[in-house]
Write a protein that binds this ligand. Sequence first.
Ligand SMILES: [Fe+2]
Length: 299
Amino acid sequence: MTGSRQTGPATKAKELTQPYGVGYLYHYDPGYQAFERALRGAGGVVDIYEVLGVQFNSEPEALERFAATLGKPITLHSFEYCLGNVQRPPQAVLERVLRAAKLCNAAYIGEHMAFMGDNRTYAGGFITPPGTDEQNEILVQHVQTLKSESPCPIILENPSKLYPQIGPYTIGQQLRKVAEAADVGILLSLSNISISERFVPQDREEILAALPLERVKQLHLICGNEAEERMPGMEGQRQEQAWMLKTMEQLARNPDFKPVAVIYELQAGTPSLAEPERLRDHMELARELFFRPERRQAA
Ligand SMILES: [Fe+2]
């Protein structure tokens, strides 16, 4: 189901089909600059960088300069729209994020199907919208507004599960309904499924089965620090890391699953950044799984 009834030529042109490749979430801070140098020194190859829009709110022009230094396609990661909020995102927020997308010439924007509070109270975490039909309608409206104003495609990310399910729909079912109704792609975050384990564990098979895999345009997964994973007390994180890699390999066996990008997150599982060599190898694995020309050509 592509929702072609609702899409005119303008939106059709925004569909994400071009494969970008593999990369990582590059935080705008000196630690990452040093990491990037070490990664290049280790022979790591990055095809696409993900950057966090919120880090440039005080000085948007810095994003333009930063993007120029990276010299590769960029995807803008965002949680500012608060799509799940019953109130519409403030116009200033909308304009700020769209401006950021233009400044870095974003290939697409990855936004969370969540909110961080309402217009008065900041909750500080991704709150999953209660999984009800009413909530779905609000989400679809917000996504459609965003899509109509955005200079690039929008994809929706599954948030971490921070509290028990309220409505009849699981996060996976809700994301499916909203993405199909608004006709946008999905950012499947294995990281957020894994992080949910610290709060409200998710049925992992259920969420993977609920999502329309042909709509998944990006994969998020953690690449943690291997030395720290080996330390006592880190067994759980070691298992989570193994689960994410194994799940990525399982997904790659499905010919319908053709993400345009695979992005690693370096700080979501261990206190320190991954070793550059480990990220290099994990990127090579994803490149081999998803971006070989033969696989892209297969129907
Ligand atoms: Fe995210």
